[in-house]
Write a protein of this length. Sequence first.
Lengths: 92, 626
Amino acid sequence: MKVRVKFFATLKEVFGGGEREVELGEGTNIKGLLDTLCDSSQCRQKLFDDSGRPKTHIQIMKNRLPIQSFEGISTRLEEGDVVSIIPPMFAG
Amino acid sequence: MLKGGYWGKILWVDLSGRKISEGTFDENFARKYLGGVGLATRIISDTVTKNTNPLGPGNVLVFATGPYQAANIASAGRCSVAAKSPLTGYWGEGNAGGHIGPELKRTGFDAVVITGRALNPVYLWINDGKAEIRDAGTFWGLDAVKTTAALKETVGDAKAAVSCIGPGGENLVRYACIANDNHGYFGRGGMGAVMGSKNLKALVIRGTLKPPVADADKLKEIYKAVLAKAKEAPFTAENSEHGQASAVVPREENGLLPIKNWTQDNWVEGAAKIGTPHYTEELQIKRWPCPACIMGCHRKITNPEYITETGGPEYETLGMIGSNLLVDDLAAIVKANDLCNIYTMDTIELGAVLAWAFECYENGLITKEDTDGVALEWGSGEALVKMTEKIAKREGIGDLMAEGLRACVDRIPGSQLYSIESMGQAVGAHDPRAFFGQTITTIASTRGACHLHGFAEAMEVGAVLPEIGITEAIDRFDATKKGYVGAIYQDIGQFWNSLTWCMFYFFSEVSLGDEVDILNAITGWDVTPAEAQKMGERIVCMQQVFNLNMGMVPEKENVMPERLTVPHKGGGAAGQVPPWQAILKEYWETKDWDNGIPSKAKLAELGLGSLEAKKALCAVARDYKD
């Protein structure tokens, strides 16, 4: 299945652009998507902590809804889903 | 004895009697109240009472530096201003960048305390240990840009720093701000109106003295390492290249951005029109740094099609007069922002008042007859610009809107729901439904709703305080410890505003430990991070006591606006509402405040005595030995 991933702010540079289509196996969840996206240590550092868990402070939305509304990083993805990934933003 | 960071001198200016005198403070006082807002809190607590009219001669206006302004380092181009707020009637303060802080420090004074009211417009000229009250009749009525240029020319020194008000301050708009060299703004709480009420057009400051530093070699060594770290931090490059406008699009996505007076959960196309990269490209943005800053987040518009003499709109402004009004017309936002800057008005408060008015108009509570024919329709850039003019000049309904949200609600029955404020001050562009850490800053800041008075949202995005036990981020929708974290970050926030320094460096990996090391090198002290937090806690506690003395009832004032207790149906914060009562309870427990009233034990621990003893302190003191 194909899902679209949108990167925001500094993640655009790290992941080589603002949007990307990703081919995933059926039933892949958010954690699986993040693993697939991180094909380099630089990318991995951005999204995962030292123990290999996705960083709490990265904000992830599925189809513009927070993944906390579903099952967090275990949220299963489906064909055509759009996943947004936002790094920490500091502005006030 | 003060070894560094301070002169130990406060300039007192009595505008009523046209008298200038000097006060002093000792090392114990400095170590207890630090500087900036801390110093101002002590002085104002001693001199201002419940009966003081914020716009009367009895109000006391303090401009204060901290120890950091003694060193020429990045992040120290800051200054604090405080007084009883004419917007809220409670504690009021503004913290801003620009040249005024370092320049004031170089005059040989740490702070300026202004009392009374001049008979006619005046400005204050402070130059290397001397001060003079001068006539400002010819400058009254000028906007901030013209005033700044004219005063620099008058004193014959282009390097002089000018903090001044425009017509908004003169006309006592209750959320008038103060402009610093058209670059930084003491935005919140109506400090510009306090200046206006005193017939004080400006402070013009020039200093060439070298402030004392306890251990210059140590400072150099520490600062070199800290600066190297900050230069490498991703946020430094990001803030430098894109500035604060870069947060608009991501925050539309994650739900933090207020849209249509906090009722709408998406605005994708609008956000793209007012946020980066379009913002940067269209306005042909260049950096505009504060003194010694390596980031330069302030924005200079260079596209000649956008005529503006001040900085470009930043995140809060884009949120409050852009998305919150559904205005995606970047030209109108730039224009209204420039008007606020030259007339000196707070863009956050203005945006909230306009959003209230737009919603009243939509629901028939305000009509064209009330607005002199201006259609207050969502998305109207024309209405935004026209109403900004009317408010600054107090024309028509602008006269009411200049009084702030609570006065507006009092005048227009049935409009309470549209007024998004706490303690009478508008909530900034940080929706606590999207980051529960913002609950305390929204409802329990001592200066009224303020996204920066604590900014615990920082913890939720990974900016932690391991030195005092906050080691990892907690999910933004998880209420666990959010009251505790809100309390600690509030303490640290006031420590920062007393140093005084720019909190953006905290996001560029300058830790609390680094900040304390720099402080110790400047002052010769041995402050620990835990003591730094305690300093902040003392200042927050004093501000709370001040508010209680002004008549504040915490259970009535520390309340989430009704609209923010209803979850969005969609968007990046869909279905979420912070359990604000539980968070507030935990915050009060952390502070050892009984329903918002500091316990006697806590006051004693902080060296503040009991509330009763505090009242006894309300006698004017000029020479501080604490």
